[in-house]
Design a protein around this ligand. Structure first.
Ligand code: UDP
Length: 358
C-alpha cells in the first residue's frame, strides 16, 4: 500500500482547487476534498478522476457545519490544509455582504480551529492581489507593497482571513502558514477535462470572452477605455491556472521543510501585465474566432493596472509560471467548447493510447 500524505483541500472541486488536486496527486500526495458543490458540478470530479486515473476522496459537506467537518478530521491524518473554499464574486459581495462574511469567515474559522485541534500545522490560505494598493508609479506589486482599504466585502474577507490566521498563529506557534496572493488565474487543464465553471453570467474576463465567442452570451462589454494605459483599457497579470496549481504543490513542499512559527506572503503571478484589448486580440488570433464586443463605462472598484513582482515565489518556492498566455487562452477555449461533453473523455483517451496530441 503506497504511503501518500493526506492533504485537506477545501473547495477542491472549484476552479483552482480542482487543478491543484490534480497536481497534488501527480506529485505523490493524497488530497481529500471537502466541497458541497455549490459552485461546481460532478463533471469536474469526473474530469479529475479521468486525468489522474483514480478515485478521489470527496466529502460533500458545507464547511460552515463544524460538526460534520470535525468528523472528516477524525478519520484522516492530514499533514496540511489548503483552504480554497470561499465565495469570490466581487459584485455579488457588495450586494450580499452578510452572505460573504458569514461563509468566508465561518468556513475559515472552522477549518483553522479543527486544524489546530488535530495537530495539522501546515496551512495554505487563498488570498488575492486585490488587497494591494497600486503604487503611484504603477510598478510591479511585491509582497512589501502596502495594502489598501478593501473595496468590497469579498476583499475584506480575504484581508480578515489573513488577519485571523496571523492572530491564531500568535498563540499557536507550531503553525506554518502560507498566504498565496493570486493575480488573475485563467485557462484550464490541457486535457480539456476540467476548467472554470462560473455559475450564471460570468464576472471574470476570460469566461465572459469564451462564452460570448460560443454564442452563449451576446456581447462582451470592455469596462472603460479611458484609463491611463497604452490602449486605455485596464491591465492585469493573467496566469495559467495549472501554474497556480503547481505553486500550491511547491508551497506544501516548502512548508514541510520549514520550522514551526513560519508565516509568509507570496504573490502568484507571471510578472507580465496585459490589457483587456490585448487579451481580446490574442483570443481572436489564437482561436480564429471573431469576438462581439463593445466599449462601455468603467466598472466600479476596478484598479487601473496591477501585475506581480513574482521574485519571492521564485526564490522561496523555486516556482515560476511556465505556461504562456497563448497556452492559457487556448486551453480556456478548448474547455469552453468541450465542457463536460462525454466525447472529450473519449477523444483524450484515444489520443493517449495512440500517443498523439489531444
Ligand atoms: N472586464 C471587462 N469586461 C468584463 C469582465 C471584465 O472589461 O465583462 C475587465 C475588468 O474591468 C478588468 C479585467 O477585465 O479590467 C479583469 O477583470 P476580472 O473580473 O476578470 O478580474 P479582476 O477585476 O478581479 O482583476
Amino acid at each position: 500500500m503506497e504511503n501518500r500524505k493526506e492533504i485537506l483541500v477545501t473547495g477542491g472541486a472549484g476552479f483552482i482547487g480542482s487543478h491543484t488536486v490534480v497536481e497534488l496527486i501527480q506529485n505523490g500526495f493524497d488530497p481529500v476534498i471537502i466541497d458541497d458543490f455549490r459552485n461546481s458540478e460532478e463533471v469536474i470530479l469526473e474530469g479529475i478522476e479521468r486525468i489522474v486515473k483514480r478515485k478521489i476522496k470527496v466529502y460533500r459537506i458545507d464547511l460552515t457545519d463544524y460538526n460534520k467537518v470535525r468528523e472528516v478530521f477524525k478519520v484522516h491524518q492530514f499533514c496540511a490544509v489548503i483552504h480554497f473554499a470561499a465565495y469570490k464574486a466581487v459584485g455579488e459581495s457588495v450586494d450580499r455582504p452578510i452572505k460573504y462574511y458569514r461563509n468566508n469567515l465561518n468556513t475559515l474559522l472552522n477549518v483553522a480551529e479543527l486544524a489546530i485541534e488535530f495537530n495539522v500545522f501546515e496551512f495554505i490560505f487563498s488570498s488575492s492581489c486585490t488587497l494591494y494598493e497600486v503604487p503611484l508609479d504603477c510598478a510591479a506589486v511585491s509582497e512589501k507593497t502596502p495594502l489598501c482599504e478593501p473595496t468590497s466585502p469579498y476583499a475584506s474577507t480575504k484581508k480578515m482571513g489573513e488577519r485571523i490566521l496571523n492572530d491564531i498563529a500568535k498563540t499557536n506557534p507550531r503553525l506554518k502558514i502560507l498566504f498565496l496572493r493570486y493575480f488573475n488565474p485563467i485557462g484550464a487543464h490541457f486535457s480539456g477535462f476540467i476548467g472554470e465553471l462560473p455559475q450564471g453570467r460570468p464576472n471574470n474576463l476570460l469566461p465572459y470572452i469564451t462564452q460570448t465567442a460560443m454564442g452563449k452570451l451576446q456581447e462582451l462589454t470592455v469596462f472603460g477605455n479611458d484609463y491611463d494605459t497604452a490602449d486605455g483599457t485596464c491591465i492585469r497579470d493573467y496566469i495559467h491556472v495549472s501554474d497556480i496549481a503547481e505553486a500550491h504543490v511547491a508551497g506544501v513542499q516548502w512548508l514541510m521543510e520549514q520550522l514551526p512559527n513560519t508565516k509568509e506572503v507570496i504573490n502568484l503571478g507571471t510578472g507580465q501585465g496585459k490589457s483587456v484589448s490585448e487579451i481580446i486580440s490574442l483570443f481572436e488570433s489564437i482561436t480564429g474566432e471573431k469576438l462581439n464586443w463593445k466599449f462601455g463605462p468603467r466598472r466600479a472598484g476596478d484598479k487601473e493596472q496591477i501585475f506581480a513582482n513574482a521574485q519571492k515565489a521564485k526564490k522561496l518556492l523555486r516556482w515560476t509560471s511556465r505556461r504562456s498566455i497563448e497556452e492559457a487562452i487556448s486551453s480556456a477555449w478548448k474547455w469552453e467548447m468541450k465542457k463536460g461533453s462525454p466525447s472529450v473523455f473519449i477523444c483524450y483517451e484515444k489520443a493517449q493510447q495512440k500517443g498523439t496530441c489531444f
